[in-house]
Design a protein around this ligand. Structure first.
Ligand code: GLA
Length: 674
């Protein structure tokens, strides 16, 4: 076990003599893993069926001779221009009917049988040639599936969508029922009449949209599976494909089951003060997708990216601080895009580990320092590599709710991820480690489970959440949960997901009353005004944001109410004691309290549920992050001011006995408490 260190390596952009210098520098920088051939298809197969592997043999052998392990990409992420000339039908089409052109990357339709066939042939050749290469550590299938093209509306996609629908529904009558096509004369007489939800006069059928989201995620996954099948037939080396954090188009719960190790690309914006807590949430998601197993940060920027409007460099020490954040939250690999900063092409202004300025640069010095530290921390006696983060608090995350809630023609615009983020920030600001879960998985390991805006709720999910609270868990259900079922048909009789969950929570939701500003031009604009809340779960004045609703507490204690207007006196936060002696509870929160108020509420919920920090850990919050992983505590000061931390143990970076730590800005301490 080790903590990998490295990055994307694109030697085909450089003359041969640079490759030797690369390996010398990689050794100096403590690089242990290089991701190779991500965008090499055009070089590996310059003409259809004509392969050129000599240069890649050389790259792998050179890396191997230098002791660098290889994460070998299957190179299918960007087809060569000849594929589009030969088969223009492989090019993807937008919902407006525009066929995308060559000259950038990822210009393929995921459903195209022709693309898949050419990709399969290339992967077969790669696997045949390199499965036994001694440098091979990991297979890297494709790259960032769906990053640019996640929904394709071409005729091949339409045909595949029809096949997917037939498999799901069996008959056109069943599709008509599920899609509610009695509405607006949308009835289909056969599957042949059904198309992807292409640009249309007004609101498209919601279930058609949701099914197309499901289908599009599945089609990308089918591309991944097809390559995995080829690799598996000849190689036991682990396989990954790089995820992209909270990436809406791909349901990573499904995907994560099919990778041997979860890996992620993360580019928090150094100019955004929320980037640090947001990145913490990304890391927690990656750990959770793999069921708690260590994951790899496959790409991050050494400093600035080049694809924002304004591209801030990372502050001195920030790359290191964010890398440790990933390690603290379960990463066993810190990799970058990319090794050597390009001299040409559209990413030449994206930072690299070896910058344009060479090694006499801040970025290189930080890269080298980090490599040395991770090598130290990878020693088996440290016990960090391979270890896990213990958590007894979780947030339920659901891609279908994300897709459905953000559709047009909803009760009000809600940014699903922002709701999750608000809850994650509130929980982590108490110093708690937070996992993400599915609402239908075994939840018994958690003291508190929050289900925010779980808009789509199946009977199985609803029953599982109710059973969790009835068995003694503390279930916290947020607004806009259980409004519709998996076909997007409304749960009738008062929302919140059917009778069982309503009974557990002791509430019934009659009507949505989201705060709204005048939208005179029907642009959908208008900042939602806050709504005042009162109740002693909050320390003083509190306000809710985003959402409000008319709640009836049929069998629950009302702990906070809305204050103004038609909602005055109506329940905003309720709690019902469940689970008899086992002391479970079902909380319902009908708005999104602003951050301070949400933290107070979450503090109360956690205390009542008996959730405590691991013994001896300081509850710091603010800009200092403290996470226990296995036997090690990692403390990071993301702020501009120094901070003192009451933490005893051995600082593994300095070897000093820690009895209270001073952390300067971007300072990190890795403390062994064994
Ligand atoms: C993604 C891609 C890389 C590169 C980086 C730039 O993560 O996988 O090839 O384009 O973005 O930030």
């Amino acid at each position: 076990m080790t903590i990998w260190y490295g990055g994307d390596y694109n030697p085909e952009q450089w003359p041969r003599e640079v490759w030797d210098e690369d390996v010398t520098l990689m050794r100096r920088g403590g690089i242990s893993l290089a991701t190779v051939a991500v965008f090499s298809w055009a070089r590996l197969e310059p003409r259809p069926g004509e392969y050129d592997f000599g240069w890649l043999d050389d790259v792998l052998d050179t890396l191997h001779a230098g002791g660098i392990r290889v994460d070998l990409a299957t190179a299918t992420a960007s087809p060569p221009p000849w594929l589009a000339k030969l088969h223009p039908e492989t090019l993807p089409v937008t919902e407006d009917g525009v066929r995308l052109a060559v000259g950038s990357r990822q210009q393929y339709c995921p459903s195209s049988p022709v693309y898949r066939e050419y990709a399969r042939r290339l992967v077969e050749r790669l696997v045949e040639r390199y499965a036994g290469h001694p440098a091979l550590e990991l297979w890297h299938v494709n790259n960032e599936y769906g990053c640019h093209v996640h929904h394709c509306y071409c005729d091949a996609s339409a045909a595949a969508f029809r096949g997917w629908l037939e498999a799901r529904y069996g008959s056109i009558e069943e599709l008509n029922r599920a899609w509610g096509t009695a509405f607006w004369s949308q009835r289909y007489d056969s599957f042949d009449e059904v198309d992807p939800p292409r640009a249309a006069p007004t609101f498209r059928n919601p279930t058609q949209l949701l099914d197309f989201d499901r289908f599009s995620s599945d089609e990308l996954l089918a591309c991944y599976r097809a390559e995995v099948e080829v690799i598996r037939a000849a190689s036991d080396v682990p396989i990954t494909t790089n995820f992209m954090g909270f990436f809406k188009p791909a349901d990573y719960w499904k995907w994560a089951k099919e990778v041997d190790v979860v890996s992620d690309d993360a580019y928090p914006d150094p100019a955004d003060p929320l980037s640090t807590p947001y990145a913490a949430m990304l890391r927690d998601l990656m750990r959770s997708l793999g069921g708690g197993a260590p994951w790899i940060l496959m790409e991050q920027a050494p400093s600035a990216v080049n694809w924002r409007e304004r591209n801030a460099p990372k502050a001195p020490g920030q790359m290191r601080a964010w890398s440790y954040q990933a390690v603290a939250r379960g990463a066993d690999g810190i990799l970058f895009f990319q090794w050597r900063q390009s001299a040409a092409g559209s990413e030449k202004f994206h930072s690299g580990m070896v910058p344009h300025g060479g090694t006499d640069t801040r970025v290189w010095r930080e890269i080298e320092e980090m490599g040395g530290e991770l090598a130290q921390l990878s020693r088996p006696e440290v016990g960090l590599a391979g270890s896990r983060v213990a958590s007894n608090v979780a947030i339920a995350l659901d891609w279908e709710s994300w897709w459905a809630l953000e559709q047009p023609a909803s009760p009000t615009a809600v940014a699903y991820q922002e709701v999750l983020f608000a809850w994650h920030v509130a929980l982590t600001s108490l110093g708690l480690a937070v996992d993400f879960v599915r609402a239908d998985q075994d939840l018994s390991a958690y003291r508190v489970v929050v289900a925010p805006a779980h808009f789509v709720l199946t009977d199985a999910q609803s029953a599982n959440l109710a059973a969790y609270a009835e068995a003694g868990g503390s279930l916290v259900v947020g607004f806009a949960t259980g409004v519709v079922d998996a076909d997007l048909h409304v749960h009738l009789g008062g929302y919140v997901g059917g009778e069982r969950l309503r009974g557990t929570l002791g509430v019934r939701v009659e009507e949505f009353a989201p705060p709204a500003a005048p939208d005179l031009r029907a642009t959908g604009g208008g900042e939602a005004p806050p709504v005042a809340l009162a109740g002693d779960v909050f320390d003083g004045d509190a306000v809710g944001t985003v959402w409000a609703e008319v709640v009836h507490a049929t069998d629950a204690e009302v702990l906070a109410t809305f204050v103004d207007g038609a909602l005055a006196g109506s329940p905003a936060v309720t709690r019902r004691t469940t689970g008899g002696d086992s002391g479970g509870s079902g909380w319902y929160v009908a708005t999104l309290p602003e951050p301070g108020a949400l933290t107070e509420l979450v503090g109360r919920i956690a205390t009542e549920a008996g959730v405590e920090l691991p013994s001896g850990l300081p509850a710091v919050g603010g800009t200092v992050e403290v996470v226990q992983r296995g036997p090690v505590v990692i403390a990071i000061n993301h702020g501009d001011e120094g901070a003192i931390l009451e933490l005893d143990g051995t600082d593994l970076l300095t070897g000093a006995e820690a009895r209270g730590l001073w952390l300067g800005p971007q300072g990190v301490a890795v403390v062994s408490r064994a």
